[in-house]
Design a protein around this ligand. Structure first.
Ligand code: NAD
Length: 508
């Protein structure tokens, strides 16, 4: 029998929504009782009810997180003690990994073969940032004026708002929540309305791990909930992953009260095959780049740039292999193509197929919905697409590749960089010198040479251009959740130095 989603939390709420809000360590319904449905994109069925947080609920969550920050119930612990509880959380994430994997699949239809390693990475990310908690340090700095000792401190910022998308719910939350907590902040999470329940399950584990009430809060809902959170004056930082349009709106709103922002946004990443590429590996890389997660990946290699000499062979291979991908139940380990995560995403991708028909693009495979249950579209490849086509310029977030040809390194670089995005790029060549030249010439936050889509917590991830602001992961990510405080200690300067007619003489 097919597994079932968790239909309520382990912790009982106030008798309202199956999946309540977490505010100040208590599970509560939205004040006005509003709810929305959790929906399975494979079965096309609703399976649960989630509280829909309004502005009053968001205010309560932020006030609770702010109180927890001010009384230092978390930041006042030794960093080693915060680390210990995060390590405990990592153990619980491993204990409950099968349930957390399944719950995300019921929410977004992503394949079990993708979600299992993804969940193992979440526990690994938690341990990585736990390990860094005690390394957070300022610097002893040589004074620029005599008679002083000067140094810096790194301090937590306060309330962090973590707003996440639906494509990798817990993975993208991990990149925000764990460094924020390791640095001593308190957090209000606003998961995507498509994938709220797995985040609530993770928050349940945070309480079990001994992270005090009020330090991790969760408000579920859609744009209205997120906008109320970003606008709240007690929010010190917004860490957001999602679309570029939403990210720009969030940055503008956060600027109203000078909240800091980290933005991980969209992409239209090039996967570039040079004439000497190891073709079998390169084709695998192109397939993984665009068809994994049914293309619902910020780092999807959605523009395939191919040297003319390989062009026909690559097109043929992509069409043939794309048509053979096994669509099916995302819970079945043999399935290679899952549904899109929602009806809205299906409609968006079908809209691009319409545009492709209107633009008379040459479709090698796909270009239509699959005639079966679930929000499936066929793996799709368009060839000889003009760089001006909307399909070559806009993020589709579906299993849709455009293939374009080039004749020289210079042309490949110009085509690759001809985008408002800059999240990632793949380069396939056996020529070490060419690979290094490409690494320097490509304008993107991650470059993969002879691989694609590999990420891990020791390297920063983020985008150039409209793909975002800042970086997540890597040791430096911890600092993105801190403020720097500079300290001047007077070592006994003559009294007139401090109190003379000019007071400070530095001119500011
Ligand atoms: P989205 O921008 O529609 O929503 C993201 C989150 O923001 C959701 O929780 C949503 O409810 C919330 N939101 C929407 N409007 C808001 C507003 N006005 N104020 C505050 N919050 C608001 O994105 P999505 O459709 O959930 O996710 C897909 C997008 O995410 C794609 O563009 C993809 O490229 C991007 N993404 C980027 C990365 C990355 O690391 N760069 C990773 C995954 C996904």
């Amino acid at each position: 029998m097919r597994a079932q989603p968790r239909s309520t939390l382990r912790t009982t709420g106030d008798g309202g929504a199956d999946f309540p809000l977490l505010i100040d360590g208590r599970w509560v319904s939205a004040r006005d009782g509003a709810r929305f449905a959790a929906h399975d994109p494979y079965l096309e069925q609703d399976w649960g009810e989630v509280a829909d947080a309004g502005p009053a609920d968001v205010d309560a969550a932020v006030v609770s997180a702010h109180a927890a920050f001010i009384d230092r119930r978390w930041s006042g612990l030794l960093a080693g003690e915060r680390a210990r509880r995060l390590l405990q959380l990592a153990d619980l994430l491993e204990r409950d990994a099968p349930a957390l994997v399944q719950q995300q699949i019921f929410e977004n239809g992503k394949l079990i073969s993708e979600m299992r390693p993804g969940m193992a990475a979440v526990a690994g990310d938690c341990r990585f940032f736990a390990g860094l908690a005690e390394t957070l340090q300022g610097a002893s700095v040589p004074p620029s004026r005599p008679g002083f000792t000067t140094f810096t401190l790194r301090e937590p910022m306060g309330v962090v708002a973590a707003i996440t998308p639906w494509n990798t719910p817990l993975g993208l939350l991990a990149w925000k929540l764990f460094p924020a907590l390791a640095a001593g902040n308190t957090v209000v999470i606003k998961p995507s309305e498509v994938t709220p329940t797995s985040t609530l399950m993770l928050a349940e584990l945070a309480l079990e791990a001994g992270i005090p009430a009020g330090v991790v809060n969760v408000v579920t809902g859609a744009a209205r909930t997120g906008a109320a959170l970003v606008a709240h004056p007690l929010v010190a930082k917004v860490a957001f992953t999602g679309s570029t349009t939403t990210g720009q709106a969030i940055a503008a709103q956060a600027a109203g009260h000078t909240a800091r922002v980290t933005l991980e946004l969209g992409g239209k990443s090039p996967n570039i095959l040079f004439a000497d590429a190891d073709l079998d590996r390169a084709i695998n890389g192109v397939m993984a780049g665009i068809f994994a997660a049914s293309g619902q990946s910020c780092m999807a290699g959605s523009r395939v740039l191919v040297h003319s000499t390989l062009f026909d062979r690559v097109c043929e291979a992509l069409a043939e292999r794309g048509s053979r991908l096994i669509a099916g139940d995302p819970l079945d380990p043999a399935t290679q193509l899952g549904p899109l995560a929602s009806r809205a995403q299906l409609d968006k991708v079908l809209g691009y197929f319409e545009i492709a028909r209107a633009e008379r693009l040459r479709c090698l495979v796909g270009g239509q919905r699959l005639p079966r249950q679930g929000y499936f579209v066929a793996p799709t490849v368009y060839a000889d697409v003009s760089p001006d086509s909307r399909l070559a310029r806009e993020e589709i977030f579906g299993p849709v590749a455009v293939v374009m040809r080039f004749d020289s390194e210079e042309q490949a670089v110009a085509m690759a960089n001809d985008t408002r995005y800059g999240l990632a790029a793949g380069v396939w060549t056996e020529d070490l010198r060419l690979a290094h030249r490409m690494i320097h010439q490509l304008r993107a936050g991650t470059i993969w040479v002879n691989n694609y889509r590999i990420i891990g917590h020791t390297l920063p991830f983020g985008g150039y251009g409209q793909s975002g602001i800042g970086r997540e992961m890597g040791a430096a990510a911890l600092e993105a959740y801190t403020e720097t405080k500079s300290v001047w200690i007077d070592l006994g300067n003559p009294v007139e130095f401090a109190t003379g007619p000019m007071g400070d003489r530095h001119g500011l």
